[in-house]
Structures are given as C-alpha cells and as structure tokens.
Ligand binder design. Structure first.
Ligand SMILES: [Zn+2]
Length: 265
C-alpha cells in the first residue's frame, strides 16, 4: 500500500507546486493567503481544491466566475504523482527515495517557473545544490560524494562552455547574419545544471545534458517550422534540462553504458 501513499503525496504536493510556480516569481508568500482564483480572486473552497478530481467535476471552470482554469494545474498534479510513483518503483521505500523526491519537486517547480517567466530563481537551485551535496555525504542516501561532485562540475561546466562558445565564437558570425546579439543561456541555468548534477551524478548528468540539448533543439526547430515560434523568440532551456534530469535520474547509467557499448564495441 506504500505506493498509494506516495501517489497521493505526489498529487497533494503537485497542487502545492502549482502555487509555488505562480507565486515565487511574483515575490508572494507560498503559504498565505489561501488558494484563490487568479481571475475573480474568490477563495477556493476546500472541496474544490482536490487535485485533478475537482478540475474534472468543475469541468475546468471556476465555480464562481466560470472562467476556464488552466489545464496546467491538473497536468502538474498528474506529472508530479507519476514521477513520484516511478521513483518509488525504481528506488524503493527507502532513504534514497526521500532524496529523489526532493529532487523531482525542485525540477517541477523550477521548470514551471522558467517555462512561464524565463527565469530560474538561483535561491532554489542553491538550496537544492546544498541538499544534494549534504545528502551525498551521508551513506544511507546512496549517492557517493565523488559522483555528486562530478555531476555538478559537468553540469556547470557545460553551461559555462556553451555560454563562452556563444559569447566569444558564435556571436560575431551570427550578428553579421543579422541575428540579434543575445545571451545563449541565462545565468540561472548554471546553478540549476549544477544542482541536477549533484542529484544524478556524473554519468547521469552526461545523459541529462544530451537529452536536454537534443529535445531543446528539436522543439526549437519544430516550433520554427510550424510557425509557432517567431524569429528571435527565446525558448527557456530549464524545462529541457529538467526533462534531461529525470531521464538521467532513472536511467542515466544504463543509457550511457548502452551508448558506449554501441560506439566502442
Ligand atoms: Zn474565478
């Protein structure tokens, strides 16, 4: 029955993460005032605040003003619950799971904020980095400090390298071609990548970066070709890093070993 508890925890926390994603970048308290409709400001009744179920019962509309509620809310709740369950089945009911769930939670909140506002609050990344490093020093969390250290170095190193490559090599030819000069990555990506690294380790981070770059580029190309992205429109990299972090967490080692066997039989 442990899985039921973990799944419910995911739903409830997912609901809380929606609040965090909305309020943290606006500088509002995450505990007060209680949840209210962002449109009509009416307080949400307890029985209308049940993850996913309330959304279905209310058919995606506020009970008071009947304005549509974003599909994002039930979606974040479902994704959180799903990732919590996957973590439980992958890592077991163990101290390691606590560490993993903290990581998943930070990924969801940070990716959500970056998606909406194109910022990755450094306070959150540094808090996660600290938790990741401290737990790597305690054996029961099953992440060797050496692994965590290399994960952070690879993550931060990649972001720094990508920034330097853009700033010192690519900016000139691109601006000659008429592409506006702008930062390839925000500074928030650096501590965020380092934080992912301490949680997934060195091998996991290599896979996380590969997944982030490939999915990010594919998304950018698809958006441009499909006409949904305008020329010069920025795409936040955080959600792709978060996706990579999830893949790196669950199967980083396996994917890297498989890949190495493929290229070096
Ligand atoms: Zn309303």
């Amino acid at each position: 029955m442990n899985w039921v508890i973990i799944g419910l925890l995911g739903l409830i926390l997912g609901s809380f993460f929606n609040v965090c994603i909305w309020r943290i970048p606006r500088g509002q308290s995450i505990s007060y005032p209680p949840s209210h409709c962002p449109r009509c400001k009416k307080r949400i009744r307890a029985y209308d605040n049940i993850p996913i179920i309330s959304y279905l019962i209310l058919r995606g509309r506020c009970r008071d003003c009947h304005q549509p509620i974003s599909l994002r809310y039930p979606l974040i709740e479902a994704i959180t619950a799903l990732l919590f369950l996957l973590s439980y089945f992958r890592f077991g009911f163990d101290w390691q799971l606590v560490r993993v769930l903290v990581f998943i939670s930070l990924l969801i909140v940070l990716a959500g904020i970056d998606f909406d506002h194109k910022i990755l609050p450094v306070e959150l990344s540094f808090a996660g980095l600290t938790v990741g490093l401290v737990t790597a020093l305690i054996p029961m969390f099953q992440m060797p400090i050496k692994e965590a250290f290399w994960g952070a170095v690879i993550g931060a190193g990649f972001v720094f390298f990508a920034w330097a490559l853009w700033r010192f090599v690519l900016v000139r030819p691109f601006s000659r071609m008429g592409v506006k000069q702008k930062e390839a990555m925000g500074w928030g990506d650096l501590p965020f990548a380092a934080m992912i690294g301490v949680f997934v380790g060195g091998k996991g981070m290599i896979v996380a970066l590969a997944v982030a770059v490939v999915t990010g580029v594919l998304f950018g190309l698809a958006g441009r070709i499909g006409g949904r992205l305008k020329k010069g429109q920025e795409v936040p990299f955080g959600p792709f890093l978060a996706l990579g972090g999830v893949v790196g967490l669950f199967a980083g080692r396996e994917i890297l070993d498989w890949y190495l066997k493929l290229v070096m039989p």
